[in-house]
Design a protein around this ligand. Structure first.
Ligand SMILES: Nc1ncnc2c1ncn2[C@@H]1O[C@H](COP(=O)(O)OP(=O)(O)OP(=O)(O)O)[C@@H](O)[C@H]1O
Ligand SMILES: [Mg+2]
Length: 477
């Protein structure tokens, strides 16, 4: 070996030897016949061979013995030019092997082959590809989520604890295809919540079909829900029609006011929920439908079940995740936030910049809102549209709001001892109400407005109950 190096490079032999050995790539050097003259340490390691076993032997023999499946050296000798191949070894490594011919005086004297272990590189490339795929997937998901999030209709405003817990439940169940049953008074946000569930789910791009079971005449409900075929009944459209259930395929079917569904259709609905197939009216063909069900009711459905007006089995089937949305008066802390939200929304809509006084917000916070959020939204929209002033004040609020303010009682009137006379009990209750009103009003006039009586009556009652008003200028101004 020394002779070989010495023969070629003479006094540079040691330096060359060091360079060859320090190479991270494997190096094979053969003569013009394919006889192995030198392999470095890196090559021993990469190829799992030892130098002493191969040096002096011909690569043709090594290929014949099965040590390698192909030889770049032989290819170079044949083609007399540089050759590169990818080689997979039995130990699982992948090599990029490049053989270079070395001509001396036009004669191919040596072949120098360079083995580069690219297993790691391939690994990294695969990982890179995988992570690119993953990031593409997440990017798409993010875009979808942003698209879904976009709509005004799916914004949900709250700060109360009870709504936070509802919101959390909704976010948790949205992605699962579980049936959700929303209960709550009219205007509490059932429809909005249903849309939100749909838009947060994987079905967001598929249809959201809102069926108001109470709004469709009973005789049309079956064909509206399940569709019909040509000639199914008199008046049926000639070509037939798919039903709302079918139209919601792959999406969400929102069955609103579910208690209004007649008993015969409750049976049909239950059958559909169990079988997931629909048959159009007058049809024999069954169609497989994939929908997520959300049901809602503003009535006490349990009572309907008790009265046998609603099938218990259907109730159980729908009531898998029950969500009860409390009325606005039971979560008054949401009112100021909702006021701010609607002000912003309607100001934008009507190109105005109306604000509201803290007193007016306070009064609204004490109103009972039988129509819940819908009523609050309507009140504010009307006030903004009508407003000629930059600020909404107590006086601008509708009379029915001012007349129906809730004053929390310090003492529960029912806690008045039973032994007392009715007159005394009423008087005690009146005193409590006046005391409460004194804490929230700034004038006798405001108290009069709050309690729906005249200012002189307030003055008289305060005197009668020996209650002092805390205002400096005690009087009606
Ligand atoms: N948390 C909320 N944030 C913002 N707007 C809301 C919220 N909840 C409800 N709304 C709005 O209040 C109005 C009434 O809500 P929604 O229609 O969802 O009530 P509902 O419970 O379905 O009433 P109904 O029983 O009459 O169908 C809608 O305009 C809705 O967008
Ligand atoms: Mg609704």
């Amino acid at each position: 070996m020394e002779g070989f190096l010495a023969g070629i490079f003479k006094h540079h032999a040691d330096v060359l030897e060091a360079i060859i050995e320090s190479s991270y790539d494997g190096l094979w050097i053969c003569d013009g016949e394919g006889k192995i003259l030198k392999i470095n340490k890196a090559s021993e390691k990469i190829n799992d061979v030892s130098a002493k076993d191969v040096i002096g032997r011909n690569v043709k023999d090594l290929v014949r013995e099965g040590l390698f499946d192909k030889s770049v050296t032989l290819e170079v000798l044949k083609k007399k030019k540089r050759v590169s191949i990818l080689q997979t070894l039995s130990n699982g490594k992948t090599l990029l092997v490049t053989g270079n011919p070395i001509f001396i005086d036009g004669k191919l004297e040596y072949v120098v082959t360079n083995d580069r272990d690219i297993t790691e590189l391939i690994h990294l490339k695969e990982e890179l590809e995988e992570s690119r795929k993953t990031s593409r997937k997440y990017y798409k998901k993010l875009q979808d989520a942003l698209k879904r999030k976009g709509g005004e209709e799916t914004r949900f405003i709250f700060c109360s604890k009870v709504m936070r817990s509802i919101h959390e439940t909704v976010r948790n169940v949205a992605e699962v295809d579980v049936t959700v049953f929303l209960q709550g008074e009219s205007g509490v946000g059932k429809s909005r919540l249903a849309k939100m569930i749909h838009s947060l789910s994987e079905r967001a791009k598929a249809p959201f079909i809102h069926v108001n079971c109470g709004a469709i005449p009973e005789n049309l409900l079956e064909s509206e829900l399940f569709g019909y075929v040509k000639g199914a009944f008199t008046g049926a459209r000639n070509e037939g029609k798919p039903g709302l259930v079918e139209m919601a395929d792959k999406g969400t079917l929102f069955l609103d006011e579910i208690t209004e569904l007649p008993l015969n259709l409750q049976v049909k609905l239950l059958h559909f929920l169990d079988s997931e197939v629909v048959k159009r009216v007058g049809d024999t063909k069954e169609r497989k439908i994939d929908v997520r069900i959300i049901a809602a009711s503003n009535r006490d459905i349990a009572k309907y079940v008790k009265m046998k007006r609603f099938r218990e089995d259907l109730y159980f089937r729908l009531n898998i995740v029950p969500i009860v949305i409390p009325p606005l008066r039971d979560r008054r802390e949401d009112i100021p936030l909702l006021i701010a939200y609607f002000l912003e929304r309607f100001n934008k809509k009507y190109g105005k910049e109306v604000t509201i006084t803290p007193e007016a917000v306070d009064l609204l916070c004490r109103y009972s809102f039988p129509g819940n959020i819908r009523e609050l939204s309507n009140i504010l929209e009307r006030l903004i549209v009508m407003s000629r002033k930059p600020q909404i004040e107590v006086g601008d609020l509708p009379d029915y709001v001012k007349e129906d303010v809730f004053v929390p009682l310090e003492t529960d009137p029912s806690a008045v001892p039973l032994k007392t006379t009715l007159k005394n009990a009423v008087s005690e209750c009146e005193r409590n109400i006046l005391k409460q009103a004194l804490t929230v009003c700034r004038t006798q006039q405001e108290m009069a407005e709050l309690l729906g009586v005249s200012q002189p009556t307030i003055a008289r009652k305060l005197r009668q109950h020996m209650l002092e008003s805390p205002w400096k200028n005690n009087g009606a101004h």
